[in-house]
Design a protein around this ligand. Structure first.
Ligand SMILES: Nc1ncnc2c1ncn2[C@@H]1O[C@H](COP(=O)(O)OP(=O)(O)OP(=O)(O)O)[C@@H](O)[C@H]1O
Ligand SMILES: [Mg+2]
Length: 379
């Protein structure tokens, strides 16, 4: 199974090559070669594993370079050729079309259009992005976001291919929650020069047997978190979302580049809070930041954990009024089952499936899945 496109870049300008390689890599594309000269391309073409992309900058002599490419698209029908040029001459475009060129990209690149073109090729090769990315964020320490992320992920894993990634890079507890000791962690799949697909599938992900959930843990040594970066996370999310139906992230309240990458990749950002003032204040501050960063309100969900009828400092209605948005889910307080799951190393939805809290967590998973299911408030 392929989950990564291969690409070769041909561009005389080294800076252009580097920039394009970085951008493709964020899209989850593996750069297998970069050339400054068209001549070097034929050697690479024969060796390319499909599915693949060849991206050629025609400038500074577009007509001449196009002539030199002429026979290649027919010779290598499985390769998708993208041509780029600052010259948008209709004759050039028509000639390129006749040669069987897949896309003509006017320079400077529009990132949006370019990534849409890459996505079309990926979809054509059966590698469409299919996962729904669920980003679970805590508003204060101990609020229960890891409990939410782990149980939602374990619940979704029963219905569909699901991966859970620990983005609480230093303090994260996801692997322990499933009693797993992963050999590889998120820090090991950051190197953009590495081919990720086989390595990811064979090694880096650890599968929890009882739920079939794939887990990517945080680094064992806190200093290894220095290897984790926004580009790597973006690329990882792009690759995982081609291989899984759900990608769940156990995350923290941050807008640093790594977390900004997670926020923008997410289909839904789940803000886990409790009904107390510090948590509510942070939920409000974080929601404000999400909105200012351009996150659509319909991609934000408010989840109250440890809900007790009559007993919280604040009522859900007060939160809704202050924040101008609905509280989407209430998870009941059940310390016995919650701590039992952590101590035993098995999520509540598997260990105590009949409990009220498990029912609520399964309901939350369904409501976050984007599939038709109950969306009314539980608890
Ligand atoms: N609904 C609940 N009812 C009772 N206790 C809960 C509930 N959810 C979580 N807990 C308990 O709260 C504690 C913190 O839970 P958890 O580790 O999930 O929180 P967290 O927000 O991820 O914490 P951290 O800030 O350390 O990342 C644990 O002891 C857990 O058992
Ligand atoms: Mg946590």
């Amino acid at each position: 199974m392929y989950i990564q496109l291969n690409a070769v870049i041909v561009d005389a300008d080294e800076n252009n090559r580097r920039e394009l390689a970085g951008f493709l890599s964020q899209l989850g594309v593996q750069i297998v070669d970069q050339h400054d000269e068209l001549q070097q391309l034929s050697g690479t073409l024969g060796k390319l594993e499909s599915p693949s992309l060849v991206i050629v900058n025609l400038d500074p002599t577009p007509q001449e370079t196009l002539r030199r490419i002429a026979t290649l698209p027919r010779q290598y029908p499985n390769v998708n050729f993208f041509l780029m040029s600052q010259t948008i001459d209709p004759n050039l475009l028509i000639d390129a079309m006749h040669l069987g060129i897949k896309e003509f990209i006017p320079l400077p690149i529009s990132q949006e259009k370019f990534s849409a073109a890459v996505e079309r090729v990926a979809s054509g090769a059966g590698m469409a992005k299919r996962a729904r990315i669920i980003h679970v964020v805590s508003t204060i320490g101990g609020v229960g976001s890891t409990t939410v992320a782990c149980n939602v992920a374990a619940s979704l894993a029963k219905q569909a291919k699901t991966v859970l990634m620990d983005l609480d890079l230093v303090r994260g507890a996801v692997a322990g929650y499933f009693d797993l000791r992963p050999r590889f962690t998120i820090a090991d799949v950051m190197d953009t020069a590495e081919k990720v697909d086989r390595m990811l599938l064979d090694n880096a992900l650890t599968v929890h047997k009882n739920s079939n959930l794939a887990v990517l843990g945080r680094p064992e040594m806190p200093e290894d978190t220095q290897r984790v970066n926004a580009t790597g996370v973006q690329r990882l999310l792009s690759i995982l979302s081609r291989g899984f139906d759900f990608v769940v992230l156990d995350s923290i309240m941050s807008v640093d580049p790594i977390y900004a990458a997670a926020i923008s990749a997410a289909d839904v950002n789940v803000i886990v809070m409790q009904l107390n003032v510090p948590s509510a204040k942070n939920a409000e501050r974080y929601c404000g930041a999400l909105r200012r960063c351009g996150t659509d309100t319909n991609k934000i969900r408010l989840v109250v954990n440890r809900y007790v009828k009559k007993g919280g400092d604040i009522e859900p209605e007060e939160i809704e009024k202050a924040m101008g948005m609905k509280v989407n889910w209430l998870i009941p307080n059940d310390f016995k089952n919650a701590i039992g799951a952590i101590n035993y190393g098995e999520p509540i939805v598997l260990r105590a499936p009949k409990s009220e809290i498990a029912n609520s967590l399964v309901g939350l998973a369904n409501s976050l899945s984007g599939r038709p299911a109950a969306t009314e408030i539980a608890a």
